[in-house]
Each structure stands twice: as structure tokens, then as C-alpha cells.
Design a protein around this ligand. Structure first.
Ligand code: PEP
Ligand code: MN
Length: 373
């Protein structure tokens, strides 16, 4: 399906002065007036943050958790906006949110990942915004479905909203992952290929899920020449009412930005990045998946080790090893992989597994000795 119906007005035409890359920062959730004022003042002083974000209505996985301050927080944003000359953007997920945000003087909104998955909600918001001249940032849907993401751009564009920007926040995975959401860089790059005029901001906070990975993900986004970053920042993240692990401490944010290496020519878009670089980022992604799967395998090996220790079964079982190696080699050969590669890899993995299980069994024996004594 084509994308010719999507008309995009670039940020340089509506965000003055133009700032590249576009830095958006703010708390996951607005929690109190003093928190909002403190953040706004700090950003106004540093001059490095172009737009501020704050969640007012929070889509939480489970009920009876903090679901945002709601409309009560809107006057705080307005006050900070007036006092410090900064612009706040908020997430809207339905028609009522749109109405309340517009009434409160919010000039930019974003669509959350849990909303982009649902065309009914996207359409409802597009209808509610029709006739407004307001920029809309659209996060990718939770699931890695590029068509669904593009569909959201189409719906807003059709409603006459053309100041559109994409936010890449990673994709849900079923398995545990180093990252909270898998970056799948190839998907936003493909979006850029299909809609070259569309700017894409990366949200490292929701990709990483942990503070210590934020630098790595942000640098990757800059190296791949995405157009900006949307980062969660909080004066005291450990006390935050949502996403405490991934928010950067406000007082560290300046040095966080200073430690990032910004490309000299920011405005090379992701499409023109060297093919080699793109393929390398795919290799990185696959290697992370390999590592994570290896970790899962080792965890299960440990569990079996414990089971063997508890039931007094030997660690090494020849018939199981023969079955593993024969099966993996056959499968690998069917995929056109060299026999020697599979044999070497699984010998290493199996030896490491036996070593771990032997350690578990020995530890158990020692514990029993201590107990008996
Ligand atoms: C958020 O930005 O705080 C948020 C809820 O993000 P997402 O929609 O990407 O999960
Ligand atoms: Mn968040």
C-alpha cells in the first residue's frame, strides 16, 4: 500500500527556532506542581530541551496502580509554560483527553503505543483534532507492525493534521530481553524509506527500560541519524510513580546529553545511512537475541541441575548429549550451515552446561554436609 496520501509538514516549518536533533524530555508522569515547575525551570536554564513531555493519563498494565494525575495536572503545565516559556506535550488516548488538553492550552500532543495499536482510538482522536492546527507525535504500535503505524499517519493526515512526527519506542517481546522493548531498528528505518519527509524521534527510555542502557540506545539513535530523542527525566526517579527504573535524574541530564556524541551533520536522514551500517545494526540486534537466548538456556540448565541434585541423578547423561548433538547438526545442515560450526558451538554450550550443573550438585552436597554436621 502506498503512502502518497500522507502529507507531512517538517518541524522546521512550525518549531522555531529550528533545533536538530530535537530533544524532548520530561517526566514519565506529571506528579505534582512543584515537580513540573522544577523540571521546567531546569530545562529553561539549560536551554538544551526543545519540548517537554509529561504523561497525565497513564495507560498502565494493571488497574489499581497510579494512572496519572489526570486533568488536575493540566494547570501546572500551563503555569510552567507561561512562567518559563517552554512547551509541554501530553499523551492523549481519547476524545475527552483531546478536549481537556486543548482547553488547557496544550499545543502539542502524542499518541501512545497502546493507542496506535487500535485504529478505532486513532480515528477517534483524529476526528477530535480535525480542524485544529496542532502537531501530533505518533508512537509506534506495541507490536512490530509497520502498516499499523503508517495507518495512524494516514488517519491524521486525512483529518487535515500534517504536522506529524514519529516516535520510535521499541516493540513488545514475549521473551525477556535485555531491553524493555526491542528496538528492531530496521522497522523505523523502513518507515523512513517509505516516508522520507517524516522525522523520527527515538524514545530510548521505553526501549531501554533501565537507566544504565540509556546512553547506549541514545547514541545508537544518533549514529543512525534519527531526528531526535524523547527521554524521561525526573527530579527523583526512585520515588517516581511510574517507570522509576528508566528515568534519568534531572540533575544528571545535562551531563547525560554532553556525553552523547552528536554527528557533525545531523540532518543526514536514516535512509542515506550507509547500507553497511544498517546491516551491522541488524547483526547487533541478532547477537543480542542470541545472547539473551543463551542466558535463558543457561537458566533452564541451572533449574535442571537443581532437580538432578535434589533427586540424586548424574549430571552427565550420554544419551541426552548424543540426541542433542545429532538433532542440532541435522537441523543446522537442513538450513545450509556447516556441520563443524554446529558441532563446535554445541560442544561449547554443552560443556558449559555440564560445568554449571556440576557446580550446583557440589554446592548441594556441601550444604548437606554442613546440615548433617
Ligand atoms: C510514555 O511515554 O510514558 C508511555 C506510556 O509510552 P508508550 O506509549 O511508548 O508505552
Ligand atoms: Mn513512561
Amino acid at each position: 500500500m502506498g503512502t502518497e496520501n500522507i502529507h507531512i509538514i517538517p518541524t522546521s516549518e512550525w518549531l522555531k527556532p529550528d533545533a536538530k536533533p530535537l530533544i524532548i524530555a520530561g517526566p514519565c508522569s506529571a506528579e505534582s506542581e512543584s515537580q513540573i515547575m522544577q523540571i521546567a525551570e531546569s530545562f529553561a536554564n539549560s536551554g538544551k530541551v526543545r519540548l517537554m513531555r509529561a504523561g497525565i493519563w497513564k495507560p498502565r498494565t494493571r488497574p489499581n496502580t497510579f494512572e496519572g494525575m489526570g486533568a488536575e495536572a493540566l494547570p501546572w503545565l500551563r503555569k510552567a509554560q507561561e512562567q518559563f516559556g517552554v512547551k509541554w506535550m501530553v499523551e492523549v488516548a481519547n476524545e475527552e483527553h483531546v478536549r481537556l488538553a486543548l482547553d488547557a492550552g496544550i499545543e502539542i500532543v502524542w499518541i501512545g503505543a497502546r493507542t496506535t495499536v487500535n485504529p478505532f482510538s486513532v480515528q477517534e482522536i483524529a476526528n477530535a483534532l480535525e480542524g485544529e492546527d496542532i502537531p501530533v507525535f505518533i508512537k509506534n504500535p506495541l507490536n512490530p507492525d509497520l502498516e499499523l503505524w503508517i495507518g495512524a499517519f494516514e488517519r491524521f493526515s486525512k483529518a487535515g493534521l500534517n504536522k506529524l512526527v514519529a516516535v520510535h519506542r521499541g516493540f513488545n517481546t514475549y521473551q525477556d530481553h535485555i531491553f524493555r522493548n526491542s528496538p528492531n531498528w530496521e522497522i523505523p528505518i523502513e518507515l523512513k524509506t517509505k516516508l522520507p519527509q517524516l522525522e523520527i524521534v527515538v524514545d530510548p527510555s521505553h526501549i531501554a527500560g533501565k537507566r544504565n542502557l540509556l546512553h547506549q540506545v541514545s547514541q545508537k539513535a544518533l549514529d543512525l541519524a534519527f531526528d531526535g530523542l524523547m527521554i524521561e527525566v525526573h527530579p527523583n526517579p526512585d520515588e517516581a510513580l511510574s517507570d522509576p527504573k528508566q528515568q534519568i535524574v534531572l540533575s544528571n541530564f545535562d551531563s547525560f546529553l554532553n556525553e552523547l556524541e552528536f554527528r557533525k551533520t545531523h540532518f543526514v536522514d536514516a535512509v542515506s545511512i550507509d547500507k553497511l551500517e544498517r546491516l551491522r545494526s541488524l547483526i547487533d540486534e541478532i547477537d543480542y537475541n542470541l545472547l539473551e537466548n543463551l542466558k535463558r538456556r543457561l537458566d533452564i540448565v541451572d533449574e535442571i541441575g537443581q532437580y538432578k541434585a535434589d533427586s540424586g541423578v548424574t549430571v552427565f547423561q550420554l544419551e541426552r548429549w548424543i540426541q542433542i548433538i545429532q538433532d542440532r547438526m541435522k537441523y543446522g545442515q537442513e538450513q545450509g550451515m556447516e556441520e563443524s560450526l554446529i558441532k563446535e558451538m554445541w560442544t561449547l554450550i554443552h560443556n558449559a552446561s555440564i560445568k554449571r550443573q556440576t557446580e550446583i550438585v557440589n554446592r548441594n552436597l556441601n550444604e548437606r554436609d554442613i546440615f548433617d554436621a
